[in-house]
Design a protein around this ligand. Structure first.
Ligand code: PEP
Ligand code: MG
Length: 758
């Protein structure tokens, strides 16, 4: 609040929180107003200026507050000293959860920047407030609690579904594909190490001694978490360790501690108190339909179990697993990656959770295949039985028959062997037989990806997805944090280029502290550059962070999902503004930092001439370009059979983009999954793409394909593909080329290609 007051040069900053009735607001914190009014000043929505802002759902700026017909004076608050007022509602999922207010002694006309700044602050504070309230309201009576959950999340309560019965063999389960890759191995059940029900615990009979023990356990758990945080940071990078800050914060939460103390007083047992409080939390969080809020619950359970282990004197232990184990667990948690040997892990499968949990993000970044949300998994999976996990389709097979194992094994082994062999040759250039050089770069999003990019011989980072850090932290990271990540990437890859894409959230990637709301058609909605342009301050902060990291001269800025010239112009204006701010502070950056566009909307491809004249490069995002061209939601299984980047319509858009870029002499890359697809590579090279940016592990195979091609020939193939009457016909052209270029007899990738395209 201090910071908000300072940045807005205000004398007062206060937070009013919405009561559980969702009809009143109470002053919850203030700098500047009388402290005694905290908890006492209460107003209905619509009452006074603050209530008016809450009712409107929009900010209000009033120069002479006391003269305003809505002004309401609360005796003793000291408000009579202040002339002007600016109030911004804090909103989560369309629900007003409070109002952030600043006031000034001198009469002042707030300008649009002040309003936007306060609005941004309100959005940033909202999830913190909501988190604190979720932690807090478990201590309320049951009826009230339910209401708050339902109201705050607009989600209602869900009931667990029935569990399927276990058949002996060939049990096929399905979950959410969370981290790509296939694994075959024995099931290792990672039971929650301590279940409250299984524990024998004899309370001492003295409640105050029990409370002391519990406090000791909390302190020890905290120390342990600090240790895990620094170990994980050293092993996997700082963004991994940030998750444990959240766990430490939970242990510092006053509401939780007070509740535990009360429960010890009532039950006389430290363990029983912990069990009751955690049960309460679990029930409440499990009832929440919304994934984001539900996953906050798993963090609390995780921390609670750690405290219990300390109470029982159990040390934090690393668990040994057999090579290739399929780890089956209730929820994928961040600390699993610290306690298990990641190198030996075949895959992770979890009954609960979704692809946006912390654990899921860790799995992706560490290239551990994972499927989450597998209903019935824990009831079905038996320790030691063979399982296949397909992180691409989301299928999990328990005790599969031999034919299925064979099929998966052939593809998997061949791919693995090929990549391993080719990694040894990573220094070779990706040059076609007739001497055309293609730049092969990696898609990345976390520091850990850099090691993989290095291992697989990437010539730079063609797409750095900045939203992964934001999603991992469940919010917009601050400027310094972003700067340090981008700098590390730029430094690690130097002098190779690093293309940093500005925040691309919305659609299926929701960021809790950006007020997105629910939309009928999120993929066609307020996402990506559209969202960034309307969140000026965080966007500017990100641009400054990227610019700071550009000082060495190897950084490029990439703007996602641009659909018209206006968006590019607005973004360019903001980049200029960010540059001026840095110049004023004498911060070094690359004055000529190249700014490029993602071509992922058909409109952009069709007007590529206009855009190419005003930017430094194009990167074609074929994942979205395919979805928008074919009107096929990229995440919808029911229409997945229609999703095909080799559809002639998509190729035509790529072709016109490449031609427009050629006329303006700017380079074009492809950074969608298509860039790593063996079948697509000859066609993309034939269309004149000069850079392919793909998942690091696919680069060695892409390189071998490029080395076997002749650009003259694949250009003719590409022309034929553009004229083809169906995607199937294009597949046939590409497959024919792979066969004729001798790749099916290649010692490393031949076996894999033969198994993949029999
Ligand atoms: C794309 O759309 O092709 C792309 C690379 O962006 P993302 O997959 O992150 O949407
Ligand atoms: Mg995209």
């Amino acid at each position: 609040m201090d910071l908000v007051a300072k940045r807005l040069d205000a004398d007062v900053c206060s937070i009013y929180l919405t009561d559980t009735d969702l009809a009143h607001l109470t002053l919850a914190a203030t700098i500047g107003l009388a402290r005694e009014s905290i908890g006492k000043v209460r107003l209905a929505f619509g009452e006074g200026l603050v209530g008016y802002a809450a009712e409107l759902g929009d900010p209000i700026a009033i120069e002479r507050a006391q003269a305003h017909p809505r002004f309401k004076y609360f005796p003793g608050s000291g408000e009579d000293l202040y002339a002007s007022l600016l109030a911004a509602p804090m909103v989560m999922r369309d629900n007003p959860i409070g109002v952030l207010v600043v006031q000034t002694k001198q009469a002042r006309r707030f300008d649009p920047r002040d309003i936007e700044l306060l609005q941004t602050c309100a959005q940033l504070i909202a999830p913190v407030v909501l988190n604190a309230r979720l932690l807090d309201f478990v201590s309320r009576p049951e009826g009230e609690k339910r209401k708050v959950v339902a109201d705050l999340t607009s989600a209602g309560l869900s009931k667990p579904g029935p569990q399927a019965a276990r058949a002996e063999k060939n049990v096929q389960l399905r979950g959410i594909p969370t981290s790509a890759g296939v694994a075959i191995g024995p099931v290792f059940r990672l039971e929650d190490p301590l279940d409250f029900g299984d524990v024998d615990y004899e309370p001492s009979g003295d409640a105050s001694a029990e409370w002391r023990d519990l406090q000791g356990a909390i302190a020890e758990a905290r120390r342990e978490l600090e240790r895990v945080r620094s170990e994980t940071g050293a092993r996997f990078g700082p963004e991994f360790s940030a998750v444990f800050n959240i766990h430490i914060q939970i242990l510092e939460d006053k509401g939780l501690i007070d509740r535990l103390e009360e429960a010890v007083r009532v039950s006389g047992s430290a363990l029983e108190a912990l069990r009751r409080v955690l049960d309460d939390y679990r029930r409440v969080f499990e009832g929440i339909e919304n994934e984001f809020f539900r996953e906050r619950g798993s963090d609390i359970q995780d921390v609670g179990r750690r405290v219990m282990a300390k109470l029982l004197g159990v040390r934090h232990q690393n668990v040994s697993i057999t090579e290739g184990a399929i780890v089956v667990t209730s929820t994928v948690l961040p600390h699993h990656f610290a306690m298990l040997e990641v190198e030996r892990m075949g895959a992770m499968v979890a009954e609960r959770g979704g692809p946006t949990s912390h654990g899921a993000i860790f799995a992706r970044s560490l290239e551990v295949p994972a499927v989450t949300g597998v209903a019935g998994l824990l009831a079905q999976a038996r320790p030691g039985e063979l399982a296949i996990v397909d992180g691409v389709s989301g299928q999990v097979h328990l005790s599969p028959d031999e034919a299925l194992v064979d099929e998966y094994q052939r593809a998997q082994l061949r791919h693995g062997v090929a990549v391993e062999h080719l990694d040894a040759l990573r220094g070779r250039p990706a040059e076609s037989r007739d001497g055309h050089r293609i730049r092969l770069t990696a898609n990345a999003g976390l520091l850990n990806d850099l090691a993989l990019a290095e291992r697989h011989g990437a010539e730079g980072i063609g797409l750095f997805r900045t939203e992964l850090l934001a999603l991992a932290q469940r919010g917009f990271p601050d400027e310094e944090e972003q700067q340090s990540l981008y700098e590390r990437v730029a430094e690690a890859m130097y002098p190779r280029p690093v293309t940093i894409r500005t925040l691309d959230v919305g659609g299926d990637k929701e960021l809790p502290n950006l007020q997105q709301g629910t939309e009928e058609n999120p993929q066609l909605g307020w996402r990506s550059i559209r969202l960034a342009l309307s969140h000026r301050d965080p966007f500017l902060a990100q641009l400054r962070a990227i610019l700071r990291a550009s000082a060495r001269g190897n950084v490029r800025i990439l703007l996602p999902m641009v659909s018209c010239l206006g968006e590019l112009e607005q973004a360019n204006a903001l980049i200029e503004e960010a540059k001026s701010a840095l110049r004023a502070q004498e911060v070094p950056f690359d004055e000529d930092v190249p700014v490029g566009l993602m071509i992922e909307v058909p409109a952009a491809a069709l007007t590529a001439d206009v855009l190419a004249a005003r930017c430094a490069f194009f990167s074609i995002g074929t994942n979205d370009l395919t979805q928008y061209t074919l009107a096929v939601d990229r995440g919808n299984e029911r229409v997945a059979h229609l999703y095909d980047p080799l559809h002639p319509a998509v190729l035509k858009l790529i072709d016109s983009t490449v031609k427009a870029a050629g006329r303006c002499r700017i380079p074009v890359s492809v950074c969608g999954e298509m860039a790593g697809d063996a079948l697509a590579v000859p066609l993309l090279v034939g269309l004149g793409i000069s850079e392919l940016s793909a998942t690091p592990s696919s680069l060695p195979i892409v390189k071998e394909i490029v080395r076997a091609l002749d650009v003259g020939t694949v250009s003719a193939d590409a022309r034929a593909a553009l004229e083809a009457d169906s995607a199937d016909a294009v597949h046939a052209i590409a497959l024919g080329r792979l066969r004729r270029s001798g790749l099916f007899d290649h010692p490393d990738i031949g076996p894999w290609l033969r198994a993949s395209y029999p």
